[in-house]
Design a protein around this ligand. Sequence first.
Ligand SMILES: [Zn+2]
Length: 420
Amino acid sequence: MKFTFGLGLFLSLFCWLALSTTAGASPDKTKFVSINAINRDARTQLLELGVSIEEVYSDRVWSLVSEDDITRIKDAGFKILSEASSQVFLGSPRFPKKDDRYHDFSGMKSALDDLHAKYPNISRLQSIGKSWEGRDLIALHINTSAQDLESGHSSKPGAVFMGAHHAREHLSSEIPLMLGQFLLDHQREQKISTLLTSRDIWIIPIVNPDGAEFDIEGGFYHLWRKNRRENGDAILHTHGVDLNRNYGYGWGTGGSSKIPAMETYMGPSAFSEPETQAIRDFVNDHLNLKVLLSYHTYSELILYPWGGLKEEVSNINDRDAFKTMAETMAKWNQYKPEQSSALYIASGDTCDWAYATHGIFAFTFELSPKGMMGGGFYPGANAIDSTFNANLNPALYLIDLADDPYRSIHQGAGASIWYK
Ligand SMILES: [Zn+2]
């Protein structure tokens, strides 16, 4: 894909980038740079240098970096092709005013409380654990059986949707929340009713609440990615582990960094973080789960295992199902379907672990926008409805296939549209 660096990019950066001089920000990551990473190995090497990759093009990537990062990148033999500095911007008590439709942690709690209060007979809220700073990791359980809701367990085929492993990806928690709202609000419609009576559905909108709160602290965006673990490093006092590099399958085998200050820090050990432990324990405790969707932003991609290995999934049926499901979902949202490691090697992610450990058909969606021009991590409130609408059918399709994901192979990539 060709990419032109122009005025539009400057304008879009100016619209959403926040450079802060206020305490508590992460003022060091102030530059978007393009780097001449021309293939997967080069991109993986950058991740291992601790640099997060925000956009991938055929001959370069865009990354958010500090001056120290730039030195390290150059020392490793890469070239910085162009750069864009960020500017002071924005200000409101929580989310910047223009984005107050987004839910902060307490807003998300209220929205889930309201939803449960409206539909108490087929929904329940449960905390599946606590974050590093002690916030609840809240799950919305949707099931038409009172007994299943009461016990928190079901023999019906299960689907789980989660968002915000990465702090600054706020859109990724709005979409699963809206999915829950949609399913409950439309429960009397025949197609939805059939799904709800036959499936066990879980929605965990914010896996990384500490990071998400930190990212909007002071009413401007901090471009924060990781959780808020105190890393205990004596001099730098850094915070945070990359939760999507901390899962236990193939942990630390590529595309992550051992250095606590880095964006792709894998953590001191596999599942070192309370947030990934909570997801692990939740999934281990719900063996009826057959499909999983972890929402991230951005780039408009549908990714499936492996992320940590170059090889394809070895089981041919599984591989066919992953591909067909991804291609089918792509017809609805127009995202690009591909094996995760086609971009770069990234070990220790949610989907590799869920598939390797439990055979769950696990997908990562990199939601809208496609690039920085669309606002990058902060695409604004207008992106919420359009992104949800584009991603509703894929979610319903996954829920439907939870009884037998291999059905996708026989159906082919021409499944009927569920809902317009
Ligand atoms: Zn992410």
